[in-house]
Design a binder for this molecule. Structure first.
Ligand SMILES: [Ca+2]
Ligand SMILES: [Ca+2]
Length: 285
C-alpha cells in the first residue's frame, strides 16, 4: 500500500511539476500575416482610394518616395489637395487592405507615421491618418457611417475615435444620441513632427461585451490607451484597414478648414495575428 501511494505521488509530481515549462514551450509564436516597407510602386497588396467611376488619382496622391523612410530605402507619401476630385464620397488619398477581415478577428496593426515640418494646425477640421472601417450590411439597406476606429489629427493633437453598435442596422444619429462612442485625446503632435512615430494597435473586435473585445494602443512602444469593451458595429463582415489621408470637411464643410493641402508619410506596415505581442512590432528596427 505504501509503495502504491508513493507511486501515485511521483506521478502527480511528474504531471504538476512539469506543467509550467511545458506550457511555456507550447506558446504558439505569433504570425505576421502582412507587411509592407513600401519599395513596390504597384501597391499590389492594396486597393487605392481611386473610385473606378471617377478620374484617376493625381500622380502626387499616393507615391513611393525616398524622401523619407522608416526602414529600407523608401516609404509611401500621401498628398491631398482641397480641390482634388472626390473619391468614394470624400476627399481622400488612402490605401486599403481588401477584402475586409473576418468578424471578431484579433489582430495587431503596426505602422509608422511621419508628419512633415510644415504639418500645420487646422483648428476646426480633422483628418484621418489611419482608419478601420466597417462594411455595412448593404443587403439589409444599411448605410455607410463613421468608422468604428480611427486615428486622427485635429487642432494640433492626435485623437482616436471609437464607435460601436450592437444594432443590426446602425445609424450615426442613434449612436451619437446613445453615446456609443469615445473620443480619446492623445496629446499634441507638435513635438512629433519631422520624425517617425511608431504606432501599434492591438484589437480584438466585438460589438458586445460577450465577444470580449480589446483595444490597446502603443505609441513609440508605450501603452497610451487601453479599453475592454465594444469597439465595432454589428455587421456580417469584419472591418478593413486603411492608411493615408481622409479629410471629409474639404467636401462637406470646406469653410471649417484653413488649409489647402496635407502631406504625410507612412512606412513599415505590419499586421499580426492573435498570438503576436508588442515585441513582434516594437522596436521597429
Ligand atoms: Ca520602407
Ligand atoms: Ca450592420
Amino acid at each position: 500500500m505504501k509503495i502504491k501511494t508513493s507511486f501515485i505521488f511521483l506521478i502527480l509530481i511528474m504531471i504538476f511539476g512539469c506543467k509550467n515549462p511545458v506550457a511555456t514551450e507550447n506558446k504558439v509564436p505569433g504570425t505576421i500575416i502582412f507587411s509592407d516597407s513600401f519599395n513596390d510602386p504597384s501597391f499590389k497588396d492594396w486597393r487605392t482610394s481611386n473610385d473606378p467611376s471617377t478620374p484617376s488619382l493625381p500622380d502626387y496622391a499616393i507615391q513611393i518616395t525616398s524622401a523619407q523612410k522608416r526602414l529600407g530605402n523608401s516609404s509611401v507619401k500621401f498628398e491631398l489637395h482641397n480641390n482634388d476630385q472626390e473619391q468614394y464620397s470624400g476627399k481622400r488619398a488612402e490605401l486599403r487592405r481588401w477584402p475586409p477581415d473576418e468578424q471578431f478577428a484579433e489582430r495587431w496593426f503596426a505602422f509608422s507615421i511621419f508628419l512633415p515640418d510644415n504639418y500645420q494646425i487646422d483648428p476646426k477640421s480633422a483628418e484621418s491618418v489611419a482608419q478601420w472601417h466597417n462594411y455595412p450590411d448593404l443587403n439589409l439597406g444599411e448605410q455607410w457611417i463613421s468608422p468604428p476606429l480611427c486615428l486622427l489629427t485635429k487642432n494640433g493633437n492626435w485623437f482616436v475615435v471609437i464607435i460601436w453598435d450592437d444594432n443590426k442596422i446602425s445609424d450615426m444619429e442613434e449612436i451619437t444620441l446613445n453615446n456609443k462612442q469615445i473620443i480619446v485625446d492623445l496629446g499634441s503632435y507638435e513635438n512629433d513632427k519631422n520624425k517617425w512615430i511608431d504606432w501599434v494597435f492591438h484589437v480584438k473586435w466585438g460589438w458586445s461585451d460577450s465577444h470580449k473585445p480589446v483595444l490597446e494602443i502603443f505609441k513609440d512602444g508605450k501603452l497610451v490607451y487601453s479599453r475592454k469593451g465594444p469597439n465595432t458595429t454589428n455587421d456580417e463582415t469584419g472591418v478593413y484597414f486603411n492608411i493615408g489621408i481622409y479629410k471629409w470637411d474639404w467636401l462637406t464643410n470646406p469653410q471649417k478648414s484653413v488649409l489647402t493641402e496635407r502631406t504625410i508619410f507612412i512606412d513599415e506596415v505590419k499586421i499580426g495575428d492573435a498570438n503576436c505581442s508588442l515585441s513582434d512590432f516594437y522596436p521597429v528596427d
